[in-house]
Structures are given as structure tokens and as C-alpha cells.
Design a protein around this ligand. Structure first.
Ligand code: OSB
Ligand code: MG
Length: 365
């Protein structure tokens, strides 16, 4: 396969509900859509879902735009490959810049599975026909506003609820949610907002029977996570700490967590995410698929990945409607009674709506 054309588009979509994490709040998202077209005119779509600011990871939309344009695009145009893993290997000459690489890797998988005439999920080794959906809820102005959000998502059928926490917004809102929804599996995500000296809050959360505590400390603080995990019954789940497949080995050997959140966007694409999944299975560690508020294309890749057998916990694969009044794909991703159906058509199964994509595009190469 030779890619003849690499198209990059900066695309903006408004969020239906402001999303606040420990580091920042957002009302609108800008992602980069990637279209790769090969010598036979077959096109595959990918999405670079980096946040705009460098608060989740070091990347930004601006850095992804520059790296995709100046460093990844030339590699893609020069490569000749038979399987997406070969292109991913070529792209891995670029260090870091995982979100940027993920968009190109995803597009290569979409194109390749389309050419092979098989669904993307099957191409990746997926075995499930539908995937269990959890939902991620941001920090709200008040506990009542949070309870309202949880009630709405529980009514929609989501199978577990993840609550963002931060210093000053932790034990109290979590207790309130647990007492209002005692049967609901709940987990918390700190996005690394606590200093490694903070242990008390986690001892208090530990007694609440949470499904897991995600990324309490900053990404590189693996040893502090291991020390904390020793003292807790609740599993620690790592998100920001895991960028490379090798980070999986380091984290698990150190016992820095008992669960992994594998994200296509954070790890540089589907190729490394599948490898991390295989490794986690071999080491007996449960994984689930996290999200980055992806538009329909990135979301479709997450659903396909979640169909692999190691994804035994509900993933952050909510329906498009949780974030967007209208998604960029011709059909939205739909969560029905807590499940998202895995596409059975060849390729990714979702493509952008050409005229709506045009409307939302603010720049292109
Ligand atoms: O930590 O999982 C996270 C969104 C942006 C940045 C970081 C995270 C998140 C989410 C959203 O939790 C999950 C989703 O896409 O539904
Ligand atoms: Mg997280």
C-alpha cells in the first residue's frame, strides 16, 4: 500500500455540557481529522483527539498539527506497507507525540480493514459483538448538579459512572453519589491532581468500595502509586502514566496499579494499544478503554478496540449524544441500554458526513 494523499483538517464541535476536570474546563473541542487515500483511491479516516492545552499530556492541537504536517505526513507518503503495524513502526521514529501518531495509525487501520473487506474490530482481534459502556462525568459547580448528571446517565443505562475528582472535590461528592445510587459501580479519576504526599484522601475513599481510583498522582510518579497501592484495597488504575507499551511493563512490575486504562489516543494508536492489551492479558491485568472526548471517528476506533477479549471492564465509550448535539459522522455512535454495538461492515464502519464536516472545518492541509 502506498498513500497518495494525506489530508489534515482542524475541526471544531461545541459540547452539549461544559466538562471540567482537575486541570481545566471546556465548552468546545477542536480535533484534527486525518484522511489517508491510497493508490487505488481507498480512504481511511483517523482522528487526532489532543486537548487544546498541554494539561492532560504535553501535546496540544497546535503541536499535533505541526508534527503531523512536518514529520508524520512525509513518513506516511514515503512508506510502502502491507499491514498497519509496519506503518506504525515507521511512525514510531517520531518520539512522543502520541496523539498525533494515533490519528495516522487509526486511519491506516481503517483503510486496511476496508481494503481487506473486514470490520476494523475483527482486524484488531476483537471478539465481542457489543461493548459495555461506562460514562465519565466532570466536576460540577454543586453536588446537586452532579447528582442530576448521574441520574440522567443511570437512566440512560450506562453500566458504570466515573467521577472526576480534585483537591476540594472528592470525598463529599463521591459519598453523595454513592448514597443516592448504591447499586451503581462508581470509580473516580483524579487526572494526577494530588501531590504524592497526599495519602489521607485516598484512605477515606478506600473505605467507600469504589471500583477503582484512576491516576491519583502525576504521570511519572510510578513509585508513589506503588506505595499507595500497597495501603489500599481499592485498585489503582493508571491512565496518564501509560504512554509507551514499555510503560505497561514498568508499571506492573512496580505494582503501581492493578488496572489499566488503555487509550488509543494517548498511546499512539491502535497498533500500540493492541500490544498493550496483549501484554496486560499475559500479565493477568484487567483493562478498559478510555476516551478523550473523541468525535465519531476516534470514538469508532475506541469501540473497535474495546471488542478485544481483555477489555473486561466497561469502557468510556459513551454515545455521541453525551458530548455532541450532532457528531461529525453520518451516523452517531449510539449507546443503548449500556452497550454500544460493534460495527460489522468492512472498515471502521463510520465516516464523516461530508457537508457537516465542511461546516465544522476551520483549517486544512
Ligand atoms: O482522564 O480519562 C480521562 C477526557 C479528557 C481528558 C482526560 C480524560 C477524559 C475523560 C473522557 O474522562 C472520557 C470520554 O471520552 O468519554
Ligand atoms: Mg483518566
Amino acid at each position: 500500500i502506498r498513500i497518495q494523499q494525506v489530508e489534515l483538517r482542524r475541526v471544531r464541535l461545541p459540547l452539549v455540557h461544559e466538562f471540567r476536570t482537575s486541570s481545566h474546563a471546556k465548552r468546545e473541542l477542536e480535533h484534527i481529522l486525518v484522511a489517508l487515500t491510497d493508490q487505488d483511491g481507498v480512504t481511511g479516516w483517523g482522528e487526532i483527539a489532543s486537548p487544546s492545552g498541554p494539561f492532560y499530556s504535553a501535546e496540544t492541537v497546535e503541536s499535533c498539527w505541526a508534527v503531523a504536517r512536518d514529520h508524520l505526513r512525509p513518513i506516511v507518503l514515503a512508506a510502502e506497507w502491507e499491514h498497519p503495524a509496519e506503518l506504525a513502526a515507521a511512525l514510531s521514529k517520531v518520539r512522543g507525540n502520541y496523539f498525533a501518531r494515533a490519528g495516522l495509525d487509526m486511519a491506516a487501520w481503517a483503510l486496511w480493514s476496508q481494503r481487506e473487506g473486514i470490520p476494523l474490530a475483527r482486524a484488531l482481534g476483537g471478539t465481542r459483538g457489543r461493548v459495555a459502556a461506562g460514562v465519565s462525568l466532570g466536576i460540577e459547580p454543586t453536588v446537586d448538579a452532579l447528582l442530576e448528571q448521574v441520574a440522567a446517565r443511570v437512566a440512560e443505562g450506562y453500566q458504570r459512572v466515573k467521577l472526576k475528582i480534585a483537591p476540594g472535590w472528592d470525598v463529599e461528592p463521591v459519598r453523595a453519589v454513592l448514597s443516592a445510587f448504591p447499586a451503581m459501580p462508581i470509580h473516580v479519576d483524579a487526572n494526577g491532581a494530588y501531590p504524592v504526599s497526599e495519602r489521607d484522601v485516598f484512605q477515606r475513599l478506600d473505605s467507600l468500595g469504589l471500583l477503582m481510583i484512576e491516576q491519583p498522582f502525576p504521570p511519572r510518579a510510578l513509585f508513589a502509586h506503588a506505595e499507595l497501592q500497597e495501603t489500599l484495597e481499592t485498585p489503582i488504575c493508571l491512565d496518564e502514566s501509560i504512554e509507551e507499551v514499555d510503560d505497561v511493563v514498568t508499571a506492573l512490575v512496580l505494582k503501581a496499579g492493578r488496572v489499566l486504562n488503555l487509550k488509543v489516543s494517548r498511546m499512539g494508536g491502535l497498533t500500540p494499544a493492541v500490544r498493550a492489551h496483549d501484554l496486560a492479558i499475559a500479565l493477568g491485568v484487567p483493562v478498559w478503554c478510555g476516551g478523550m472526548h473523541e468525535f465519531g471517528i476516534g470514538r469508532a476506533a475506541n469501540v473497535a478496540l474495546s471488542s478485544l477479549p481483555g477489555f473486561t471492564l466497561p469502557s468510556d465509550v459513551s454515545g455521541s449524544d453525551k458530548y455532541y448535539a450532532r457528531d461529525i459522522t453520518t451516523e452517531p455512535i449510539v449507546c443503548d441500554a449500556g452497550f454500544v454495538t460493534v460495527s460489522e461492515v468492512s472498515g471502521m464502519g463510520w465516516t464523516p458526513d461530508p457537508s457537516f464536516l465542511e461546516e465544522c472545518t476551520i483549517a486544512r492541509i
